[in-house]
Design a protein around this ligand. Structure first.
Ligand code: MTE
Length: 334
């Protein structure tokens, strides 16, 4: 693994600034071809990038700074959950600090090298979540009341980003089905909509004319939301979710591309009609509503047949539904 320290070429033209653009950095390219002096990186889809682990970087200052991001917020009710045996991995877990410094969180900028640092500006206590729309009773819930009420467990899940990187991490949290059992959507609810925070004072990416329609919003069909794999993460690697991973409440949908899992959610709305989604509104040709992982359906600008685990160089084949077909394929028959 190379130990060179080179800034990435993140300042791409705004029109190309999709998740894939964020992914293909200069460092990754150099790592692949062993060259410097790259200009005009245009063939995004041709390069398989990876992120060296923090230890490989040998950057002690960054390591200390990253460890600071793992400190729990004051007053958090988080307790680690017991591991559920049903969800096993076919690969080693990703190094924690590697995952903690390789994030997509556009509210904090497109630059991954700055984004995890910028995310530390987010105030995660107090934090409330509004549950509204077609529910028994609209509610506003405090995050720690939710954590105390829900059956917390640990799940080892694979995670596949549409940009072709992947990781394997131990999430802590609860099934969204358990949450729905609590808040009781009405039978007329056919979809659920998730909305992330809007805080221009804390989120640099939400300021000015970013071109994005903040806040971030996502959605699921109600049967998808009730699927046993659909998970709310409030923790990771045995402690509170750090801000860069979407503290204090984010969705994890391991059979879908990563962008379907909204981070730092403040509103959950049960609705009758299919809701609009952030990336679909940005670029409907490239990002659909379902967005299930499918190696046979290329992204318009790159193949989805393979992926690279962050922290290693090894490419691996991508599996249909990211390998979770036995749990979810039934929902998409016909
Ligand atoms: N949620 C919000 N609110 N903002 C974002 O930019 N990025 C998505 C998803 N959820 C995003 C988001 C994308 S593209 C990915 S791949 C995952 O978060 C990344 O999650 P991670 O940083 O914890 O790996």
């Amino acid at each position: 693994m190379p130990t060179i320290h080179i800034r990435k070429t993140w300042d791409l033209d705004r029109s190309a600034a999709t998740p894939e653009a964020d992914f293909n950095g200069r460092r990754a390219f150099l790592a692949q071809v062993g060259l410097g002096g790259l200009g005009g990186l245009g063939a995004y889809g041709l390069i398989t990038a990876c992120r060296p682990s923090v230890a490989d970087d040998g950057d002690v200052d960054v390591e200390d700074e990253l460890r600071q991001t793992l400190v729990p917020p004051p007053g958090s009710a988080f307790e680690p959950g017991k591991r559920v045996a049903a969800y096993t991995l076919d690969r080693p877990l990703t190094d924690e600090l590697t995952a903690a410094r390789y994030n997509n969180f556009y509210e904090f900028g497109l630059n991954k090298e700055r984004c995890w640092r910028e995310a530390q500006r987010l105030t995660v206590r107090p934090w409330t979540i509004e549950v509204s729309g077609l529910v028994d009773k609209p509610l506003t819930l405090g995050i720690d009341d939710i954590i105390r009420k829900m059956p917390v467990e640990e799940r080892l899940y694979r995670f596949r980003c549409v940009e072709r990187w992947s990781m394997a991490v131990p999430w802590h949290g609860f099934s969204f089905r358990a949450f729905m059992d609590w808040v009781k959507p009405l039978s007329s609810a056919k979809f659920v909509r998730f909305v992330s925070f809007l805080r221009r004072d804390q989120a640099v990416g939400q300021r000015g004319n970013s071109g994005y329609t903040w806040p971030y919003y996502e959605g699921l069909r109600i049967d998808e939301a009730a699927n046993e794999l659909c998970f709310v993460a409030t923790g990771i690697y045995g402690h509170d979710l750090p801000r860069q991973h979407g503290a204090p409440f984010r969705m994890v949908l391991p059979w879908k591309y990563g962008y379907k899992g909204a981070k730092s959610i403040v509103k959950i709305e049960f609705v009758e009609k299919q809701p609009r989604t952030f990336w679909n509104d940005q670029n409907p040709r490239e990002y659909g509503f379902l967005s299930n992982v499918d190696p046979n359906k290329p992204h318009p600008r790159w193949s989805q047949a393979t992926e690279t685990m962050i922290g290693t160089n090894a490419p691996r084949p991508t599996l249909p539904y990211n390998g979770y077909g036995e749990f979810v394929a039934e929902m998409y028959k016909g």
